[in-house]
Design a protein around this ligand. Structure first.
Ligand code: AMP
Length: 190
């Protein structure tokens, strides 16, 4: 079992690198953003509530988000064989603490936190490009600006949290996609 967190700002390349990790290492990919967008598309109660936060660039409250993740882990447990890539979770210290607890009760834990480090200017450019290409609703300049603010206020403190306990692996996320993946592979092969 190899469980990793892909950590980084919005637009840092977590989705792109997740696809490559899935292909090479056979890990199970859980993107909380994708789970929420699916709920919104299907018009579920969770989707309706989540949309209010996502459209404003805010985080879903911790308690709700943790319940959603517990549910995903339970529903998808039979497809988890080699481990999990957590993409977009945790985003707060409270979520990180709960994730450790959830995994501990399942007899595992987070082995590496892969930190994709990308300057804000590049993040904005990438998200604007993605918005234009995919039509993703929260990739517009107003929401992007708010998401970056939320990232710096609420999520980036997690970097120090994981550095302190020795799980953080710093990756230069501004390089080409394959160069970034090669840095990640070095960590996962170590
Ligand atoms: P993402 O696709 O990871 O960029 O997530 C898109 C949006 O979903 C975020 O801007 C948040 O509003 C919400 N979201 C995704 N994951 C979380 C999380 N772990 N905690 C709170 N909100 C989340």
């Amino acid at each position: 079992m190899l469980n990793i967190v892909l950590f980084g700002g919005p637009g840092s390349g977590k989705g792109t690198q997740s696809d490559k990790i899935v292909e090479k290492y056979g890990l199970h990919h859980i993107s909380t953003g994708a789970v929420l967008r699916r709920h919104i598309k299907e018009g579920t109660e969770i989707g309706k509530k989540a949309d209010e936060y996502i459209s404003k660039g805010q985080l879903i409250p911790d308690e709700m988000m943790i319940d959603i993740l517990e549910d995903v882990l339970e529903t998808e447990k039979d497809t988890i064989k080699n481990g999990v890539i957590f993409d977009g979770f945790p985003r707060t210290i409270a979520q990180a603490e709960q994730l450790d607890k959830m995994l501990k009760t399942r007899g595992s834990g987070i082995d590496h936190v892969i930190g994709l480090e990308v300057p804000d200017q590049t993040l904005v450019e990438r998200m604007l490009k993605r918005g234009a290409e995919t039509g993703r609703a929260d990739d517009n300049i107003d929401t992007i600006t708010r998401r970056l603010g939320v990232y710096h206020d609420q999520t980036s403190p997690l970097r120090d949290y994981y550095i302190a306990d020795g799980r953080y692996r710093q990756i230069d996320g501004e390089k080409a996609i394959d160069d970034i993946f090669s840095q990640i592979s070095d960590v996962l092969d170590s």
